[in-house]
Ligand binder design. Structure first.
Ligand SMILES: Cc1ncc(COP(=O)(O)O)c(C=O)c1O
Length: 370
């Protein structure tokens, strides 16, 4: 039985009757740009994230771009981040004219090391972007403590609805950041039927500026205080996302159940390192990522068995050719480099059946002759 890495059609089938009437009503209204559906989703995401404000935008990449502009990161400034992330995290730093400064990851969680982030501070440091990788929050409070006074942009593209217990209190992804950013790319736990993104913050001034920046920088139409972007969240996407949002917690819980099933099934395989979830975290498992030495051979074996997998990410960002100008040498972020050679993400989506889970388990165990 083939098992895809992700089956969006299986999810759509479970909510088709909720989504299509909502889309039909929006099309009949012909009100496609911002408006009530986007404002409703902004209220819902702010509530979920325990923040005062949420501002929709075109995608998760733009959410980072707008956030960086809102904290005045630009030419002459540096932004500290992790090299083990999707390209957008650092691409946006470059695109605002700032310099990405990469520091290594914790090999257990794949998230940025706060001590190294603190040590990378210079007089030019304008922001830090920890990434909540694979659905697990980074140690946001430690990063903030290591860089006092530096705006913290939390790239929570993969992690909406995840939480972390800090001083005995559950804190949501995005909640403690200066600005938290989300992506609604279809493969995310809360995925649209196209692109979408959002920024959350507790700072009224930043929320106002983000709204301005997403509309060409003008507070009033045709009058521009600064040069911004055209980066609005499509009302069609907002309607889809508001219909899906009530399901998010259940879907993420199902992903955690699937993860626990794999954890137990691989527990006696010394060659397989299952995901490490920091005891303070509740992951939403956007990915279930194992570490193995013979990664490429295992991936090929699973492919032959019809099992979809992916490598997030095969090359960290500091050795990417486009960042050659930064001068990072091989070995400068050794844990990120090692992770890139060993990670493999397995199917984890909520609609996986028990038979499909067993197929994946059999595929992995078969590779090790167990
Ligand atoms: C960590 C991370 N940052 C940023 C993004 C960018 O989001 P989008 O694809 O919506 O632009 C993604 C999405 O893939 C991501 O995984």
């Amino acid at each position: 039985m083939p098992v895809p890495l992700l089956d969006l059609r299986a999810q759509h089938a479970t909510i088709r009757d909720e989504i299509l009437p909502a889309l039909e009503a929006l099309v009949d209204s012909q009100l496609f740009i911002l408006g009530a559906p986007v404002e409703q989703l902004e209220r819902e995401v702010a509530e979920l994230s325990h923040t005062k404000y949420a501002v929709g935008c075109a995608n998760g990449t733009d959410a980072l771009l707008l956030a960086l502009r809102a904290v005045d990161a630009g030419p002459g400034s540096e932004v500290i981040t992790t090299p083990f992330t999707f390209f957008a995290t650092a691409g946006t730093i470059h695109n605002v004219g700032a310099k990405p400064v990469f520091v290594d990851i914790d090999p257990k969680t794949f998230n940025i090391r706060s001590d190294l982030a603190g040590a990378a501070r210079t007089s030019r440091t304008k922001a830090v972007i920890p990434v909540d990788l694979f659905g697990q929050m980074a140690p946001i409070e430690d990063v903030a403590k290591a860089l006092p006074g530096i705006p913290l942009i939390e790239d929570a593209a993969q992690t909406i609805g995840a939480r972390r217990s800090i001083d005995g209190e559950w804190r949501m992804a995005g909640e403690l950041a200066t600005i938290g950013t989300f992506s609604f790319f279809p493969s995310k736990n809360l995925g649209g039927y196209g692109d979408g993104g959002m920024m959350v913050t507790n700072d009224e001034g930043l929320a106002t500026r983000l709204k301005r920046l997403r509309m060409h920088g003008g507070a009033k139409q045709y009058f521009h205080d600064e040069v911004g972007f055209n980066s609005r969240l499509d009302a069609l996407q907002a309607v889809v996302l508001s219909a899906k949002l009530p399901h998010l917690a259940g879907w993420s819980a199902k992903r955690r159940e699937n993860a626990a099933y794999y954890d137990a099934a691989f527990a006696d395989l010394p060659d397989v390192t299952t995901p490490y979830i920091d005891a303070s975290n509740e992951s939403i498992f956007n990915q279930y990522t194992i570490r193995v030495e013979k990664r490429d051979a295992l991936q090929a074996h699973l492919k032959n068995a019809g099992i979809g997998t992916s490598v997030y990410y095969p090359l960290p960002l500091h050795p990417q050719p486009c960042f050659g100008y930064l001068g990072y040498k091989k070995g400068s972020c050794p844990e990120a480099e090692r992770a890139a050679n060993e990670v493999l993400s397995l199917p984890i989506f909520p609609e996986l059946t028990r038979d499909q889970l067993d197929e994946v388990v059999a595929g992995v165990r078969g590779f090790y002759g167990r």
